[in-house]
Design a protein around this ligand. Structure first.
Ligand code: ADP
Ligand code: MG
Length: 270
C-alpha cells in the first residue's frame, strides 16, 4: 500500500495469551512505562477484570471509578475513563468493578465484538501514540474485543514445558479473528518471559520457540527477576521501583526493540 499511517491514529497492540501467569500484565505495565520513558505517548487499557495492571500502576480498586467497562459497554468517551499515572506520558484506562460481568453482558449488545474498536475509532490521539491492551487470561469476548481493535498482537510466553503447545491456542484465535472480524490483525511478536538463565530448560524452550517462530520472537528476553514481582505491591512499575534491576533494564530494552520493529514494519508498509 502507498498509504502513510495517519498520525492521529494510534498504533494498537493487544497483549494476549489465554494462559494466566505468563507475564501479560507485567509486560503491559512495564512495557508501557518504558515506552513512555522513551518519549512515546502511551495509553494502557486494562481489560482484565482482576485489574492487576491498574493496581500495579498505583490505582487501588477503591479509587478507580469508570474504566474499560464504561468505555466498551456504555460507550463512554475515552477522555471520561482515562487517568494520568505517576509516569509522564503514560495514561491508563483502569478496569472498573463492572468489568467482571462484561463477558456475559457483552453477549446481548450490538456489535459486541467491535465495542472497543468503535470506542477507539471515535477518538483523536496525540501523534505516535501507542495503545497497549492488557487482556484477561481467556479467549472470551473481552479478548476478542481487544483483538478486533488491535493492529497487532504481542504474545508473552513463559519459558516452561509445553510452551509451544500453550501458544498454539492463541495462534488459532488470531487466525480465526483474521478470517472474520479483523483481517489485518498481525502477530507483532512473541516475548519470552520469566527466563531463568540458571535453568537449562529456559534455553531449550527459547531455542524451540525461535526455531518455530523465527524472527517473530523478540531478541530481548525478560529474566525472572524478584524486583519485577515485588514492584506491583508498591503500586509501581519496576522502572520506578528499581530502575537498575535486571528486570527494569530488560523492559527498557524491550521497548527499544519494539520501536525498532515498529519502524521497520511501518517502512515496509509505505
Ligand atoms: P498474567 O497477566 O499473564 O496472568 P502476570 O504478569 O500477572 O501474568 O505474572 C504472573 C506472576 O508472575 C505475577 O505474580 C508477577 O509478579 C510474576 N512475574 C511476571 N513476570 C516476572 C518476571 N520476569 N520475574 C519474576 N516474576 C514475574
Ligand atoms: Mg494479567
Amino acid at each position: 500500500s502507498t498509504a502513510r499511517p495517519d498520525p492521529a491514529r494510534p498504533r494498537i497492540l493487544a497483549i494476549a495469551n489465554q494462559k494466566g501467569g505468563v507475564g501479560k500484565t507485567t509486560t503491559a505495565i512495564n512495557l508501557a512505562t518504558a515506552l513512555a520513558a522513551t518519549g512515546q505517548p502511551t495509553l494502557l487499557i486494562d481489560l482484565d477484570p482482576q485489574g492487576n495492571a491498574s493496581t500495579g500502576l498505583g490505582l487501588p480498586r477503591t479509587e478507580r471509578g469508570a474504566g474499560s467497562y464504561a468505555l466498551i459497554a456504555e460507550a463512554r468517551p475515552l477522555a471520561d475513563v482515562t487517568r494520568a499515572t505517576a509516569i509522564p506520558g503514560l495514561s491508563l484506562v483502569p478496569a472498573d468493578q463492572d468489568l467482571a460481568g462484561a463477558e456475559i453482558e457483552l453477549v446481548s449488545l450490538t456489535r459486541r465484538e467491535f465495542r472497543l474498536r468503535d470506542a477507539l475509532a471515535a477518538e483523536r490521539f496525540e501523534s505516535r501514540t501507542i495503545v497497549l491492551i492488557d487482556c484477561p487470561p481467556s479467549l472470551g469476548l473481552l479478548t476478542v474485543n481487544a483483538l478486533v481493535a488491535a493492529d497487532a498482537v504481542l504474545v508473552p510466553l513463559q519459558c516452561e514445558f509445553f510452551a509451544l503447545e500453550g501458544i498454539s491456542q492463541i495462534m488459532r484465535t488470531i487466525e480465526m479473528v483474521r478470517r472474520g472480524l479483523n483481517p489485518s490483525l498481525a502477530l507483532q511478536g512473541i516475548v519470552l518471559t520469566m527466563f531463568d538463565r540458571r535453568n537449562n530448560l529456559s534455553d531449550l524452550v527459547a531455542a524451540d520457540v525461535r526455531g518455530f517462530f523465527g524472527d517473530k520472537v523478540y531478541e530481548t528476553v525478560i529474566p525472572r527477576n524478584v524486583r519485577i514481582s515485588e514492584a506491583p505491591s508498591h503500586g509501581k512499575p519496576v522502572l520506578l521501583y528499581d530502575v537498575r534491576s535486571a528486570g527494569a533494564q530488560a523492559y527498557l530494552a524491550l521497548a527499544k526493540e519494539l520501536l525498532r520493529r515498529e519502524r521497520t514494519a511501518a517502512g515496509a508498509a509505505s
